[in-house]
Write a protein that binds this ligand. Sequence first.
Ligand SMILES: [Zn+2]
Length: 285
Amino acid sequence: MRALARLAAAVLVVASVAGLAADAPPDRALATARAVMGEHPEIWIGASIIRGKHAVVVTGHAASTPPSLSAPGAPAEARLADVADSARRTVARVWGPVDAVILAPATDEQAEVLASPSGVTGLAALADVDHVILAPSGFGRLSPTGRRVVLAHELTHVATGAAISGDMPAWLVEGFADYVGYLGSDLTARAVAAELAAEVRSGTLPAELPGREAFRPGASRLPQAYEEAWLACRYVADRYGERALVALYRAARRHGIATALVETLGTDLAELTAAWRGYLRHELA
Ligand SMILES: [Zn+2]
């Protein structure tokens, strides 16, 4: 345990939950955490920084809780660092290394400020360029599995630079993040994609892969959009292999989805869509 220099108005305490020496996250992650805290120092008064093996978790404390009573390194915070470490390991295995910097503000209002101009209404977490912001009430409602899924999903966005590659197809960005998120969760397709499964069982199959509009907060079939995207990426991984899915994503960032599909899978959007619809029927009906 060591004290950091004062950062603006925030008083920081670094607590180790998993041994600092060889397993310590690169200083880059800590530097990133300090930089993003410096953008809103008023939110991080009394905050603690928890270091997992790789992840850095910054936890805010409600103004009503004196910093001296809010015990940095409390069990819930240590668990969060463990979950972030586990999520980061999965992202690193599939995609490559990522600095896992997680901001856990004390209130939804603070999360809203941190996430501006994006909102956090209805969200558990969201990814910025180099860090993940948790929305306390949304994230707090999740099961332990749900928290790990969400952290791996958002860390995938950070790793792949989703916040700075706006022209990527939404189904690939969200589907790939959920593909990584649900890895190792042992959840069945029908459990994860319950809303979509209900539609498929009643005889309705989506005609096309979900576009950007389908992922807007408040969209009428928002859960189904994520489920459709997840199953599109899961289909690619099942049929062509996980490495092909990663190659598709990387190629789409470089030269767009149409060229990427031909280059990496030898297919086109119409063929992929038809195969995906068959996969939905097979997995969900
Ligand atoms: Zn996402």
